[in-house]
Design a protein around this ligand. Structure first.
Ligand code: SF4
Length: 237
């Protein structure tokens, strides 16, 4: 895995390589089973059923780090945060912030384009119950590390959506930036902010899960504040 990821010379190469990854038996079985059985509302659709690459500006100044694709969202459409309620909330916020050309993300060919922003996940296959195991997280990490290495020249800010993504950033710092992560690790929280030297600023944001957005734990106003702050820190108009 490390070797395959490290061989990718650009993002297109990386996207193609990750899409063909079969390293985690449990996740391969799950992504394919979901694609076979499908949700009733999508019964007539062909599911992607494979790992989901990152998406967005190859020269991104802002990275949005998520947990993993959703079983009937990214795992169905082949694009991260696309075709589910979490994506509805996220892309509406990115559009309000001027970081997306449209407020919706329903299919890989819907014309969505991101500005100064790239979205990637810590784990690239949909996990059962949205819970990858520590071994799956570690097996998948080289894909994230290589993607961050490829956007490193422009990347200034990373918004970690949830505690899992926040935790996934520290090994990335070590692997990509050769920086020893702070100890103890700064705690995740909504609005948490960590700065290092010559590395991207890290911002914490509650995950855009239905559990958070339906209960009002995460509101559109809170997302707007995070992206306004990310833009300021990244020097984006
Ligand atoms: S989770 Fe990552 S490492 Fe595991 S099969 Fe999917 S893409 Fe490969």
């Amino acid at each position: 895995m490390v070797v395959r990821a490290a061989r990718a010379t650009d993002l297109a190469d990386l996207d193609a390589a990750v899409s063909d990854c079969f390293a985690c038996p449990r996740l391969v079985e799950w992504r394919e089973e979901v694609a076979r059985t499908r949700r009733a509302a999508f019964r007539d659709q062909e599911y992607w059923g494979r790992p989901v690459p990152g998406f967005g500006d190859p020269a991104a100044r802002i990275g949005i780090l998520g947990l993993a694709p959703a079983a009937h969202g990214g795992n169905r459409t082949g694009r991260i945060f696309t075709g589910d309620r979490s994506g509805d909330v996220l892309f509406a916020a990115l559009h309000r912030a001027g970081l997306a050309n449209q407020p919706t993300s329903v299919a890989a060919d819907d014309g969505l384009a991101l500005r100064h922003t790239r979205i990637f996940a810590a784990v690239r296959c949909a996990p059962p119950d949205n819970k990858p195991t520590p071994a799956e997280r570690d097996t998948c990490a080289p894909w994230l590390h290589r993607e961050v290495a490829l956007v490193r020249p422009t990347l200034r800010v990373v918004v970690a959506l949830g505690a899992f993504a926040w935790a996934a950033w520290w090994p990335t710092l070590r692997e990509v930036y050769a920086l020893r992560p702070p100890s103890p690790r700064p705690a995740f929280g909504h609005g948490a902010h960590w700065s290092g030297t010559a590395v991207p600023e890290l911002l914490g944001c509650y995950h855009v899960s239905q559990q958070n957005t339906f209960t009002g734990r995460l509101t559109p106003g809170m997302l707007d504040e995070v992206f306004a702050r990310a833009k300021r820190l990244a020097g984006v108009d």
